[in-house]
Design a protein around this ligand. Structure first.
Ligand SMILES: Nc1ncnc2c1ncn2[C@@H]1O[C@H](COP(=O)(O)OP(=O)(O)OP(=O)(O)O)[C@@H](O)[C@H]1O
Length: 322
């Protein structure tokens, strides 16, 4: 099927300036600023509770920031600014589709709500079904769909009106591998067509694969921002070692912190210990011996070159998935 021509890749799709949001004593979002250009996929990478959903809610105009501003292209977002909102496709974590309707009927229904005209609607529905790999099962009731297919359809609803900016809130959490792949491919395709994408995730691999630029978020603050390669240079090129095992994990962690070349040790639960070290291959043997002496029975060891997980650990002292 023919795709529509891409809009020009110029200007700025989104500008978020100095966003602050407090809930009582908690500053959930603390002076967050970023810009997204057309065709760019921008990632907010951070653990649960980092403030991702709160940021995108303000960007989409669901509630106003306590201070700061959001501009979609050059239109200021406010509670009633339909002008800014119509350029946004927001796909929340929760599903908003009708189980008794087919995928096609759902899309037709939501498309009409969004004001699409009949002829345009027909081609948009076909295009969205094709993009998300749902064409073959478009005429089945969605209650027969897998969780991942429902999630794909939910994304489709957010895309019908050709938003300049698509906002996806952790779109792959809990979905099957096939749907996950389909979602990632659809986002990559949209980006080549000029759609700006704001993508929140706590999966480092997705941020690395999809996002042109990434903000690493923790406790409401942007800890660092840049391309994957720019962020990786922040670690100073340190390696990461994961030790899985049983026994005296806390004692092992304490002991490993004293080994020369070990910069940080985190974890200690079922997921094992995560270490950042200056020269992994050279230190590996002494680390395993040290952990064993401290009472940890090491069952598996993994050495990884720097990645965004290491950047997060380096910046916050915590593992992304603690
Ligand atoms: N309406 C609210 N009232 C009070 N606190 C809130 C509210 N919404 C969010 N929070 C708190 O603000 C912080 C940021 O939450 P937010 O949902 O934005 O994080 P997140 O990075 O999206 O994580 P998750 O993936 O778990 O949703 C958390 O500590 C959360 O408990």
């Amino acid at each position: 099927m023919e795709r529509e021509p891409a809009p020009p890749l110029t200007g700025t799709a989104l500008t978020a300036r100095n966003l602050v949001k407090r809930f009582g004593d908690l500053t959930a979002v603390d002076d967050v600023s970023f810009q997204i250009r057309p065709g760019e996929t921008y990632g907010l990478l951070g653990p649960n509770g980092a403030g991702k959903t709160t940021i995108i809610s303000m960007v989409a105009g669901l509630f106003p920031p306590d201070s700061g501003s959001v501009d979609v292209t050059d239109i200021r977002m406010g509670p009633s600014s339909l002008g800014a909102k119509r350029h946004i496709g927001l796909v929340p974590q929760e599903l908003a589709i009708y189980p008794d309707l087919t995928a096609e009927e759902n899309l037709n229904f939501f498309g009409r709500l969004q004001g699409l005209r009949r002829k345009d609607l027909k081609s948009r529905v076909a295009l969205v079904l094709d993009l998300l790999g749902l064409g073959e099962r478009a005429r089945e009731q969605t209650k027969k769909y897998s969780g991942g297919m429902k999630r794909r359809l939910n994304i489709g609803v957010g895309l019908l009106h050709r938003p300049l900016l698509l906002i996806l809130d952790e779109p792959t959490v809990g979905v099957d591998p096939q749907s996950r792949n389909s979602i990632l491919e659809a986002v990559a395709q949209l980006s080549t067509e000029g759609t700006a994408v704001l993508y929140t995730t706590h999966y480092m691999e997705e941020a690395e694969r999809l996002c042109d630029r990434i903000a690493i978020l923790d406790q409401g603050k942007v800890q660092a921002e840049g391309t994957r390669d720019e962020l990786i240079t922040l670690t100073g090129g340190v390696d990461r070692i994961n030790l899985i095992g049983t026994g005296r994990m806390v004692a092992a962690a304490e002991s490993l912190r004293t080994v020369p070349g070990v910069q940080q040790v985190s974890g200690g639960g079922l997921s094992g210990l995560t270490l950042t070290v200056t020269d992994g291959p050279a230190l590996l043997a002494s680390i395993i011996t040290n952990a064993a002496t401290a009472g940890m029975a090491v069952t598996s060891v993994e050495l990884t070159r720097p990645d965004l997980e290491s950047v997060f650990l380096h910046l916050t002292g915590k593992a992304l998935r603690d």
